[in-house]
Write a protein that binds this ligand. Structure first.
Ligand code: NAP
Ligand code: F7E
Length: 347
């Protein structure tokens, strides 16, 4: 029998799913991941990991959906993992206003279904819940820590608060290892293309190659504490190795507006963002979180965690990646395989 630790990751096809599975595989874990059925295969981010690790049984994918509690409990029984990382969510805040019921069902009952499966398991399984800085609501310009009040401003935030509290309740009531990672925004070249950072860098790459001329955004004054996703999954892993389950904030301790992100990104290629960017009501939210700034002293002191990429470094990594990616789109365009679109993405 192998001595490798076994992890189950829900949401393995997402940004954090990619970075976390890579990290755990490099640490010799056997990694199981849940994938939703979709009409197109949706494993692009983790395809390189599938090529490298699936043939020797180190990376195993299972069809599951957080709304299908029976699939979750049977998976937990079958796999008997040492650790479960619950990363699955409808994670787009603006979409959560448009699809509030789905977002809430996944964020609340989905997370609870896993906690229940763990409660009835004979094995002591550690659980990580992907809590979010959105839970704080960003009412005041203060640094937010594990003790700050939770004031949700979206269906997404409210659903995350439910799961956060249930993890605390299961921890205290049943002596289970339920850890909450309260992560501030973290980005990367694997970030979904409708989140603001990636939307900007993806468009910029296309602007540089002449295949896009405009970018339409929403509130440019919003301020976020943006870090690099690779650093944040390291923090998730450290929380799960700590002796006891607790709540942990991960953040850089710096906040920047969307305008500042635009400014730095466009300056890296000597362009002025104001010549390309317009705003539309479409991308404003019914209720905005204006300002988020995190205090991660606890994780820094106790877990020895610290981010390795600063704000400018993050922007640079994403811009360089997306300029290279747009080069491929440009080649396809030249060969008439795709038609020119003036703006991307459409959503
Ligand atoms: P992401 O890229 O949007 O990935 C979300 C994952 O959840 C995807 O694999 C998605 O599958 C899956 N999923 C969605 N609905 C599902 C369902 N009903 N059943 C099963 N899987 C489902 O998000 P991320 O940026 O990696 O974030 C990971 C987690 O951390 C999320 O819970 C997010 O809310 C939370 N979080 C993120 C941040 C951040 O800044 N990135 C900060 C704090 C907390 P498909 O690929 O099929 O869509
Ligand atoms: O928006 C503003 C928008 O969608 C950031 C998720 O991972 O982090 C993420 O949530 C800010 C907001 O991220 C556009 O109004 C302007 O103020 O990139 P975002 P988010 O809402 O902060 C938290 C921590 C999570 O947990 C979530 O899962 O940028 N903004 N113009 C725009 N945002 C988007 N998406 N698109 C725009 O055009």
């Amino acid at each position: 029998m192998s001595n490798n630790k076994v992890a189950l990751i829900t949401g393995i096809t997402g940004q954090d799913g990619y970075y976390l599975s890579k990290l755990l595989l490099e640490k010799d874990y056997v990694v199981h991941g849940t994938v939703r059925r979709s009409s197109n295969i949706n494993t692009d981010r983790i395809d390189p990991l599938i090529s490298e690790y699936s043939s020797d049984g180190r990376l195993i994918l299972h069809y599951s959906d957080l709304l299908d509690s029976s699939s979750l409990s049977s998976l937990v029984n079958l796999i008997q993992p040492d650790e479960i990382y619950n990363l699955a969510a409808q994670s787009h805040v603006n979409v959560s206003f448009k699809n509030p019921i789905f977002t809430t069902q996944v964020g609340t009952l989905g997370a609870l279904s896993i906690m229940e499966a763990i409660r009835y398991s004979d094995k002591k399984i550690k659980f990580y819940q992907a809590s979010s800085s959105e839970m704080f609501g960003g009412e005041e310009k203060t640094m937010l820590s594990e003790e700050s009040p939770l004031i949700p401003k979206s269906p997404y935030a409210a659903s995350k608060i439910f799961a956060h509290h249930m993890a605390q309740i299961y921890r205290d009531s049943y002596d289970l290892f339920m850890t909450n990672g309260i992560l501030f925004n973290h980005e990367s070249p694997k970030r979904g293309e409708t989140f603001v950072t990636r939307k900007i860098t993806k468009a910029l790459g296309r602007i540089v190659h002449g295949i896009q001329s405009k970018l339409t955004l929403g509130n440019l004054e919003a301020s976020r504490d943006w870090g690099f996703a690779g650093d944040y999954v390291e923090g998730m892993y450290l929380m799960m190795q700590y002796d006891v389950p607790e709540d942990w904030v991960l953040a850089t301790g710096e906040t920047h507006t969307v305008k500042e992100f635009l400014d730095i990104a466009f300056k890296t290629v000597n362009l002025n963002w104001e010549e390309y960017v317009k705003t539309s009501e479409k991308y404003f939210r019914p209720n905005e979180v204006d300002y988020l700034l995190g205090d991660s002293s606890k994780a820094r002191e106790v877990l020895n965690w610290k981010p390795s990429v600063d704000f400018k470094g993050l922007v640079k990594i994403m811009v360089e990646h997306d300029i290279n990616e747009a080069k491929k789109d440009f080649t396809l365009l030249k060969d008439n395989l795709i038609s020119p679109t003036w703006e991307y993405p459409k959503l």
